[in-house]
Design a protein around this ligand. Structure first.
Ligand code: 5GP
Length: 214
């Protein structure tokens, strides 16, 4: 039987996409998930209240602060952080299962989460930071979202300055001038990273077989 690129056993990778809110991260994530069936979203748990239209179990697992603390204490999170007064955490089990079965996982988490994953899972991790093309574009997107109050928008603008400070901790940086181009850039990164020798756990056996038959 001949083996191709696709049938060689592979360990999944963790793709982290961070940006200040309003830079287009959610749209890009959705498009990526639609176009690439080999990657799934990590659904975070949060103590924040759902925004209109957000679905429990799809956008987030919405929990009380008490439940969040209980999950944290029994070590159910791969990482967790306090962002804008709310707790956010990445449930450990689904990620570990996906990676072991060769599936990739996409994370929409902030710089604190990226930093923590970098400390524990560097070899599985690929990090991308998304920048808005301008301050005006960021302000416009936050306002047009209209799901948050003016006070929340003002705080998120201030938070953007803090988040952007961490741009140079990331492996890749994309300036989101154009959603379509940004999605394709993320896909190009993903394609190349999937080919990394170290993630291709079946390669050794594949090469040994080739050598035996030479
Ligand atoms: P939002 O409330 O707008 O959905 O998210 C606020 C911020 O929290 C975003 O920057 C998002 O990336 C981050 N975030 C969401 N889930 C997690 C998580 O599980 N861990 C960490 N560290 N950050 C998260």
């Amino acid at each position: 039987m001949s083996e191709s690129q696709d049938t060689i056993e592979q360990r999944g990778l963790m793709l982290v996409l961070s940006s200040p809110s309003g830079a287009g991260k959610t749209t890009i994530s959705r498009q990526l998930l639609e176009r690439d069936k080999g990657i799934e979203m990590s659904i975070s748990a949060t103590s924040r209240k759902p925004r209109p239209g957000e679905v429990d179990g799809e956008d987030y697992i919405f929990v009380s602060s008490e439940s969040f603390a209980e999950m944290r204490d029994r070590d159910a999170f791969l990482e967790w952080a306090l962002v804008f007064d709310n707790f956010y955490g990445t449930p450990k089990k689904p990620v570990e299962q996906a990676l072991a079965s060769g599936r990739d996982v996409l994370f929409d988490i902030d710089w604190q989460g990226a930093e923590k994953l970098s400390a524990t899972s560097r070899q599985d991790l690929v990090t991308i930071f998304l920048l808005p093309p301008s301050v005006e574009a960021l302000a416009e997107r936050l306002k047009s979202r209209a799901q948050d109050t003016a006070e929340v928008v003002a705080r998120r603008m201030a938070g953007a300055a803090n988040e952007i400070q961490h741009w140079d901790d990331y492996d890749y940086v994309i300036v989101n001038n154009d959603i379509e181009q940004s999605v394709e850039d993320v896909r190009a990164i993903l394609s190349a990273e999937r080919l990394k020798r170290t993630r291709r756990t079946g390669l050794e056996e594949f090469v040994r077989k080739l050598q035996r038959n030479l």
